[in-house]
Design a protein around this ligand. Structure first.
Ligand code: FDA
Length: 308
């Protein structure tokens, strides 16, 4: 279904559709499958529930590509509130942030300053900030910022990055990140990329995922393997078993509302599982990317539209 995927990813940036769906009751109802709620409190409640199931969480205040400095600062405030609330309530949770949400498109200096403030807060509360990876036009600047922040002695271990197995460059990036001791979340990649930078065939993306997860598991750093693909998960488990990597030396990561059965099974088997919890009013682009990942989700959407 590459055509459907491209169509949905294309629609994820359509402003008119976004406005009408985000403001409709039916849209909000549908998004609740993948989004924990509209408010900070909803996300904290979801994290607490997952903690009770033995899982950790990462909280994502939805939003990307802000248009003004004020919006970037407002987005950052939500994350500062989250870090405080996580500490006060003693939740096992960290935060995931997109650089475009804190002003990267407006000014890299602004995004860097805000990211540094968040990393400082993560350090002060013994927590961790993950910078999500966006489209390939932002890969280098994202790597540069994370590496620059991580190079500051006091921030070591408090900031990490995401690498996408669909990009040709990822193996080289991972080698460098490991050398610098930076924690990586490995995912397949959720954006529409040209064949000049990314593998067009899913089988190649998957093969690369397995290869890269082996490299990560062999390193002495605690990394996250983000996938719902049982083939990827089995390959990682086998690799870890064969190489003597203990289950507490890495974690699997999955999205809120996706393969809950698998999340619980991994916990029962003794693996660490972290769930990515998105929340907030700006759920449309995130929701469309989730639909693009699985045709069955579009059928689910259509059924609900007929019912509502
Ligand atoms: P794949 O797409 O091959 O799916 C394998 C199976 O998983 C499917 O057959 C289905 O059963 C199930 N599945 C997958 N997605 C589903 C969905 N939406 N609904 C229902 N079932 C689904 N991307 C990115 O570019 N930058 C980032 O920073 C991140 N961050 C991130 C964090 C976390 C914790 C996760 C899990 C994922 C991301 N991603 C991401 C998204 C990632 O790149 C990728 O698009 C999705 O995880 C889907 O890929 P899978 O590895 O799950 O495999």
């Amino acid at each position: 279904m590459p055509l459907l995927r491209s169509l949905l990813i294309g629609l994820s940036t359509n402003k008119t559709l976004r406005r009408s769906i985000e403001n409709s009751g039916a849209g909000r109802k549908l998004s609740s499958r993948f989004v924990a709620g509209l408010e900070v409190e909803d996300a904290l409640r979801a994290a607490e529930m997952l903690n009770n199931f033995g899982m950790t969480a990462t909280l994502d205040s939805l939003g990307e590509s802000v248009a003004t400095e004020a919006e970037a600062k407002t987005a950052a405030e939500v994350y500062h509130r989250l870090l405080d609330a996580i500490a006060t309530r003693k939740l096992s949770a960290n935060i995931s942030v997109k650089l475009t949400q804190i002003g990267l498109d407006l000014s890299p200096d602004l995004a860097y300053t805000i990211a540094a403030g968040l990393t400082e807060h993560a350090r002060a509360t013994s927590n961790f900030l993950r910078i999500d990876m966006e489209g390939s036009g932002l890969t280098q600047v994202t790597l540069d910022m994370v590496r620059h922040l991580h190079a500051r002695e006091e921030y070591r271990g408090h900031i990490g990055i995401v690498i996408q197995s669909y990009l040709y460059r990822s193996e080289a990036d991972i080698q460098q990140l490991i050398e610098e001791g930076i924690r990586v979340r490995l995912c397949k990649g959720a954006y529409q990329e040209p064949p000049s930078v990314a593998f067009p065939q899913k089988t190649d993306v998957d093969t690369n995922y397995v290869r890269l997860s082996g490299i990560l598991l062999s390193s002495p750093i605690y990394h996250g393997l983000a996938t719902h693909d049982e083939a990827m998960i089995e390959a990682a488990k086998n690799y870890a078993r064969n190489k003597g990597v203990a289950p507490d030396q890495f974690e699997f990561q999955m999205l809120y509302g996706v393969r809950r059965d698998l999340q619980r099974r991994l916990i029962r088997e003794g693996y660490n599982v972290r769930v990515y919890i998105p929340f907030g009013r700006e759920w449309y682009p995130y929701f469309m990317r989730r639909l693009a990942e699985r045709p069955a989700n579009v059928i689910f959407l259509l059924k609900n539209l007929v019912r509502s």
